[in-house]
Design a protein around this ligand. Sequence first.
Ligand code: 5GP
Ligand code: 5GP
Ligand code: 5GP
Length: 209
Amino acid sequence: GRAAAQDYDFFYLVLQWPGSYCDTKQSCCYPKSGKPAADFGIHGLWPNRDDGSYPQNCDPDAAFNPSKVSDLLSSLRAKWPTLACPTNDGLRFWGHEWEKHGTCAENIFDEHSYFQTAISLRDQLRVLDALAAGGVNPDGGYYTLSQIKNAIRQGTGVEPFVECNRDESGNSQLYQLYFCVNASGDGFMQCPVSPGARACGNRIEFPAF
Ligand code: 5GP
Ligand code: 5GP
Ligand code: 5GP
């Protein structure tokens, strides 16, 4: 059928640090393809409105079809790994993200271009290199929020919102980065609104993975 009209203003590209997903009380499971690289992975590309609300599950007729992304599977395994338990092949995570978020941007994306665009945006950022250039490394050390944000701004040209979670001992740690992408999905922009994400404090651990 015909895609619905655009019902969002921009996207969040959300990246996750696997070390911070895994060292929590809840722990994690590595995907069937093995332990992912020690790098930021994609959580999702989420259409969002300027008032902070967001559409979801927009097209029940567009169920995730793995055969439409068969050429992207090795990239998805490397750059969009699932860490949820029980161990699985990632299709559940990718299917969830496409159905909940991707189907709300069918004015510009089909299933294939949704995943391809998210991968390409992530690759443009090279966040781990930007952090390293600013002296921020996944070494179990502690950093301030401005050290993290400044390093990423200087290295990538854009400043993300930083979300933290807690490790098993209760320390605040770098968990997810929210970058804003324009409504056409082809460039980064300054965020119109902050996500409703968890606070960090000013002593932030960057755990190894
Ligand atoms: P959300 O609805 O928050 O976009 O997606 C989170 C859903 O994806 C949850 O149901 C979560 O269990 C599942 N999921 C699978 N793998 C991962 C992962 O590696 N990270 C996160 N954050 N969620 C995952
Ligand atoms: P401001 O907008 O004045 O920079 O920050 C307002 C509040 O939001 C402060 O408490 C600041 O610590 C917090 N904040 C600013 N940027 C971020 C961020 O990227 N992540 C988190 N978790 N809090 C932030
Ligand atoms: P959580 O409870 O982990 O913060 O969020 C659960 C799920 O809700 C996320 O995985 C994501 O699917 C969705 N979500 C949370 N916050 C936002 C947001 O600010 N914008 C959008 N588009 N989705 C969000």
